[in-house]
Design a protein around this ligand. Structure first.
Ligand code: TYM
Length: 335
């Protein structure tokens, strides 16, 4: 079977980008009989960005409830919390010892932080933790610990998957055996990067997200009304290909609906009406899920029970894997 694995960092409230880039394709993949799916809450990754324990816990609950509401079946999927799997930080260390520092210097998140410092005239590494620097290695351990073949992610994560391949390959080469499967990114080309309210990539860090469930349909509608559009008036032809609104619509609609909407914009549909159409399109997908979301949010104990089981299933795979690696590396496994 093909192993499919993905995670979401527990620092924020799930947004439409997380949904169309990762959750929706991942849930779809998990329904196939030839797929073994591993989906998790990346709470070790959250520590890189946040020291707010309450926020991390809240986000973890929201993300878990979102996965379940989106149709993840815990009987089919190994669904877990990263921090329940101590083999992951252990493998992170093994991989750290084969990771070249030069590769980590090139990681986008680290480079972006250095660039910001340089622009503001700060010391290049000012305020940058070793945690941020090591982010790709922790993510590689997430993936390699389970020998994932495919990793459904948005385009922003491609570099991380490539680094995971690179680290797996290096390790295999150094130790002369195929210890790790080399993973591949699985990108939905239609929605590789969903834009946010301002047209840049929808992202927690840009504060331009449209929440999937939080705040209910009122909030969804209000946020959609804030999508930035150009100043063309009703009756004037719009340019769908330069419109975040249209790009978001396309991520939720079938081809027929998409071409009808494209034509309506070209024919001069007003932006206000277009936003209403977008809202209704998204709401019809989201409404049934939102009910399940609310039910899960009201029952954290049920989620906890699911995650406990998931941790057991995940460790049944990760523990023997780590034992084999420890042997190969010349470490002893105490019994
Ligand atoms: P995170 O939490 O930033 O995002 C979770 C997933 O949502 C996707 N995504 C998007 N897709 C399309 N358009 C967007 N605007 C958009 N914004 C976010 C992301 O690409 C991602 O797939 N490091 C990862 C979490 C992680 C992980 C892993 C993923 C940790 N370990 C192992 C895969 C495998 C992250 O921070 O994603």
């Amino acid at each position: 079977n093909t192993r499919v694995l993905t995670g979401i960092t527990t620092t924020g409230t799930p947004h439409l980008g997380n949904y169309v880039g990762a959750i929706r394709p991942a849930v779809e993949a998990s329904r196939r009989d030839d797929v073994d799916a591993f989906y998790f809450m990346a709470d070790y990754h959250a520590l890189i960005k946040s020291d707010d324990a309450a926020r991390i816990e809240r986000s973890r609950l929201e993300i878990a409830a979102t996965w379940l509401a989106a149709g993840l079946d815990p009987a089919r999927v190994t669904f877990y919390r990263q921090s329940d799997i101590p083999e992951i930080p252990e493998l992170t260390w093994f991989l750290t010892c084969v990771a070249s520092k030069g590769m980590l210097n090139r990681a986008h998140a680290y480079k972006a932080a250095v660039d910001r410092n340089t622009e503001t005239g700060e010391d290049a590494d000012a305020g940058i933790t070793a945690g941020l620097y090591m982010y790709p290695v922790l993510m590689a351990a997430d993936i390699l610990a389970f020998d994932a073949h495919k990793v459904p992610v948005g385009r922003d994560q491609i570099q991380h998957i490539e680094m995971a391949r690179d680290l797996g390959q290096r390790f295999n080469h150094i130790h002369g055996r195929e210890f790790f499967v080399l993973p591949e990114a699985l990108i939905e080309e239609q929605v590789a990067t969903l834009p946010g309210l301002d047209g840049r990539k929808m992202s927690k860090s840009y504060d331009n997200t449209i929440p999937l469930f939080a705040g209910g349909k009122k909030q969804l509608r209000e946020t959609i009304m804030r999508i930035v559009t150009d100043s063309r008036l009703p009756g004037e032809a719009k340019d769908p290909d330069n419109s975040a609104l249209f790009t978001i619509f396309r991520a939720f609609a079938c081809e027929t609906e998409t071409s009808a909407f494209r034509q309506a914009l070209i024919d001069g549909l007003g932006w206000g009406e277009a936003k209403q159409v977008l809202y209704e399109r998204i709401e019809s997908d989201v409404a049934p899920m939102r009910e399940r979301y609310e039910a899960f949010m009201a029952d954290p104990a049920a989620i906890e029970a699911i995650l406990q089981q998931g941790a057991q299933k995940a460790r049944a795979i990760a523990t023997p894997k780590i034992v084999a690696l420890r042997d190969a590396l010349g470490l002893r496994s105490a019994t």
